[in-house]
Design a protein. Structure first.
Length: 188
């Protein structure tokens, strides 16, 4: 796996790169190890997802690691206080790359009901987020669904020249999008 991670960005586009992309995606998505930590009530649902009734192990998702250096998935389960934010960022920085993040619940995604000075209004202010999981709290089934959706994302991730092409396409689409101040809400 280490050899593949080093080579993938150097390969020319075409059949060979497509094959390596598929192989790297397959291996990455099937070896996700979440970091062990929870911040608030959503963490209880995360723990329930790992216990006998829901049994994340069926999907090979349950290898929660006590050290961030052995983990590549961060499940932000609960509200993030301003005091905790630097700790969350440090754990993220210590995790092995490539790494992914799920914002579990309304609080982690947007601050939820805690619209106040003490709570970070969405964990994406401090780390990149790949999946936003709604709910207060989301049920264990929803967390499992989010992890499966993340598997799809990882499995389809492009590498090398293909990734550069996608980044350019996304940037062009963003530039062509309607400015936010011209968007109308549902009641407008
Ligand atoms: S989303 Fe709801 S359950 Fe989750 S941390 Fe916030 S208040 Fe608690």
């Amino acid at each position: 796996m280490g050899l593949i991670v080093g080579l993938e960005e150097k390969l020319p586009s075409g059949f060979l790169l497509t094959t390596v992309e598929k192989l790297a995606g397959y291996m990455r998505k099937n070896s996700l190890w979440p970091a062990t930590f929870g911040l608030a009530c959503c963490a209880i649902e995360m723990m329930a997802a790992g216990a006998g009734r829901y049994d994340l192990a069926r999907f090979g998702m349950e290898v929660f690691r006590a050290s961030p250096r052995q983990a590549d998935l961060m499940i932000v389960a609960g509200r993030v206080s301003n005091k905790m934010a630097p700790v969350v960022r440090q754990i993220y920085d210590q995790m092995a790359a490539p790494k992914w993040t799920i914002a579990m619940g309304a609080c982690a995604s947007s601050g939820g009901m805690f619209n106040n000075y003490a709570i970070v209004q969405g964990v994406d202010h401090i780390i990149p987020v790949d999946i936003y999981l709604p709910g207060c709290p989301p049920r264990p089934e929803m967390l499992m669904d989010a992890i499966l959706k993340l598997h799809e994302q990882i499995g389809n991730k492009k590498l090398g020249p293909n990734r550069e092409k996608i980044i350019k396409e996304v940037e062009a689409a963003a530039l062509a999008a309607k400015p936010t101040h011209q968007l109308k809400g549902l009641l407008a």
